[in-house]
Structures are given as C-alpha cells and as structure tokens.
Design a binder for this molecule. Structure first.
Ligand code: UT7
Length: 332
C-alpha cells in the first residue's frame, strides 16, 4: 500500500470589515504612517468590532466557507484543531465552541497554543492523524482577535496587530501531495521578551494586574526581531537543504506576517525573489495564527498542483518552524 500523506484540499479565510488605518492610529498614539510602513510594512489592519464577539466568531465563517468550498457537511469533520493565542475563554477550548456553532457534532476538538507558530504546529499535529490512517477529514483553523489583548496607548505594539482567521482542510493523499516534511522548534527562555504577563495561574487576574495593563501583549521588540530574523531564515533554509530543494524548486515562500523586514531577510537567505513570497502584512498586520492560512487563501488561485511551498513562522515562546508542502490541486 502506498504511503498516506496529508494533503491540503481546501483553504478559506475571514477578516472583519472594520479597517484600522495608520492614519487613524496617528490620532490615537504618537506615531506616523511613514514610521509604521518603513519599520513594519503595515498600512492597515482589520478589527473585530462588537460586544461579545471573540476569535470563534471569525473562525466560524472561515470553517463554514471551507466546508462549502469542498462540498462537505460539518458532520464529516473528525478532528478540528484551533490554533489561537486569544481563545474565547481560558476554558473551554475555542475549538469546542467552533464545532458547536457549525454543527460539527462528530468531531473531537482542541486548541493549540504556540503563539505565532501555532498554525504550523497545528498543521503538523493534524497531519499525523491523516498519515496514520485514523482520520480522513481534519480541519486546522488559525484565529486571533489580537485587538482584545492590544494596548491602544502603547505605540510599540498597537500598530502591529490585527484580527482574522484562516482554515485548511486536510485529507489523505496516496500520490504524495500535502505535508512532506516539517521542522518545529521551541525555546522557552525567550518567554520574557514576548508574553501576556497576567491572567494565567502564575498571576491570576486582579484589579492590580488590570491597572498595571498586564493583560495586554508585552513585547520587547528588538530581541524578538533579532531572534526572528535568524531563526526563521535558518529553519527555512534547513528544510530546503534537508530535502535537497533549490530556490528554483520552491514555487512560494509562505511566511508568518510579523514584519516585512523579517520576511525580506528570510526570502534573501533562501535565495527566493520577492515575486515568490506571499505578503499581505500591508493589509492585515500581524494576525498571529491567521497569517499563514490567510496568505494561502489569498493566493489560492495562483497555486498549482505540484507546487512546492515552504511555510515558515516565528513567535512567542519562543517557537518557530518550517513546513514543506506539495500543493494538491488547481483552482478552477
Ligand atoms: O509575531 C511574533 C514575533 N514578533 C516579531 O517578530 C516582531 C519583531 N520585532 C519587530 O518587528 C520590531 O522590533 C518592531 C516593529 C516591533 C519595532 O521596530 P524597531 O526597528 O525594532 O524599533 P525600536 O523598538 O528599536 O524603536 C526605534 C525607535 C524608538 O525611539 P528612540 O528610542 O530611537 O528615540 C521607539 O521609541 O522608534 C520608536 N517607536 C516609534 N516611533 C513611531 C516605537 N514605536 C513607534 C511608533 N511610531 N509606532
């Protein structure tokens, strides 16, 4: 029997309507469009407005659209993994809430937390259930309402983040399409540079933690930048070397969208020109777990069966990794 691989057979995305531009941010904090664009590449980001809405409310349309595109009923989903750093609640898992809202009553579901690398971690985890032959329909969704943990009085972070969601369906392939190889890494000593300080078991929420603004993203930008530039480029070149892939063999680099300068540096190290790098940070900013599936969704029509894609991410933890994907279909 031929080996089973986990092919991505559909992709979908969802971003909220509200557009927060650099110009609007200029009226909120001491910043300017030129600084933001030069240092990050961001022009605008989407924000989920409305009382009582969370990450699941963006994941639901993304997954519903995914099922519709592939022509499957949510009852056919056997496993749904939600990669998120901004779950609806500390518990239960947002994945459970998504399954309830879409009527995926036959699925088991859990959240996976690896900050900005979460989508890659979840993709590899989900692929193992397909490769083992246990399941035939696995959904991986990345969803983050970053605006819920962003301090809009801190100019060093509030310009970076946006809200959004993206999802892929994994199904078995016996022709070698899908997840071909992966390298995932983590180094917890980096936690001091990028974290949400309160709200966990070490420092439960209190009036004091709220007053100290410890429920927002804390980031020491420069050390994170230095690690991200080196690690994302290292891991992307490593997966190419490991699989004897040259830059010509790679159709697309699909990088996490944290900073245009980090993406450019990664592409340069891989020898891949900007024309083969997916980049939409200008429109959406850093949507954490949604950046990579949102890129796949936007570029879907340009992807061809057999294309080699290198997915790469770096995030809080620290966590980082790369995945080699052989694209499984042409879009009609
Ligand atoms: O996705 C998860 C992983 N995260 C990342 O990969 C993010 C990595 N880090 C970065 O992308 C960059 O470090 C940032 C975009 C966050 C910051 O860029 P930077 O080039 O590292 O700037 P900086 O923090 O060194 O700040 C340079 C200057 C400072 O002023 P002084 O001290 O030189 O006078 C800041 O106060 O820019 C100032 N600054 C701003 N000025 C205008 C910081 N934020 C702003 C702002 N507008 N929004």
């Amino acid at each position: 029997m031929s080996k089973i691989t986990a092919a991505i057979t559909a992709v979908n995305g969802y971003v909220p309507d509200y557009i927060l531009t650099n110009q609007e941010l200029e009226t909120i904090v001491d910043t300017n469009d030129e600084w933001i664009q030069t240092r990050t590449g961001i022009k605008e980001r989407r924000i989920l407005k409305g009382e009582g809405l969370g990450s699941s409310d963006m994941a639901v349309p993304a997954v519903q659209g995914l099922c519709k595109k592939r022509g499957i009923d949510p009852m056919e989903i056997e496993l749904l993994i939600c990669a998120t750093a901004t779950p609806d609640h500390v518990f239960p898992a947002t994945a459970n809430i998504i399954c309830d809202k879409i009527g995926a009553k036959n699925a088991f579901a859990f959240d996976l937390l690896a900050a900005c690398s979460g989508f890659l971690y979840a993709l590899v985890t989900g692929s193992k259930y397909i490769e083992s032959g246990q399941y035939k329909k696995v959904v991986i969704v990345g969803a983050d309402k970053m605006s819920s943990i962003t301090d809009y009085s801190d100019r060093s972070t509030c310009i970076l983040f946006g809200d959004g969601s993206g999802a892929v369906l994994l199904e078995p392939s016996t022709e070698g399409y899908g997840i071909k190889d992966s390298i995932l890494r983590s180094d917890g000593s980096g936690r001091v540079h990028l974290q949400q300080k309160a709200g966990g078991s070490v420092k439960p929420s209190s009036h004091k933690t709220v007053d100290a603004k410890e429920h927002f993203v804390y980031q020491d930008g420069q050390p994170v930048f230095k690690f991200a530039v080196v690690r994302m480029a290292d891991v992307s070149t490593e997966i190419m070397e490991k699989n004897s892939l040259t830059a010509d063999d790679v159709a697309w680099l699909v990088p996490h969208q944290a900073n245009k300068r980090i993406i450019d540096a990664t592409g340069r190290r891989m020898g891949i020109g900007p024309e083969k790098v997916m980049m939409n940070i200008d429109k959406y900013g850093n949507t954490t777990n949604a950046t990579i599936p949102l890129c796949l969704w936007e570029w879907e029509k340009k992807l061809h069966k057999g294309d080699n894609l290198i997915l790469a991410a770096f995030g809080g933890g620290f966590t980082w990794g790369s995945i080699w994907v052989k694209w499984a279909y042409d879009t009609k």
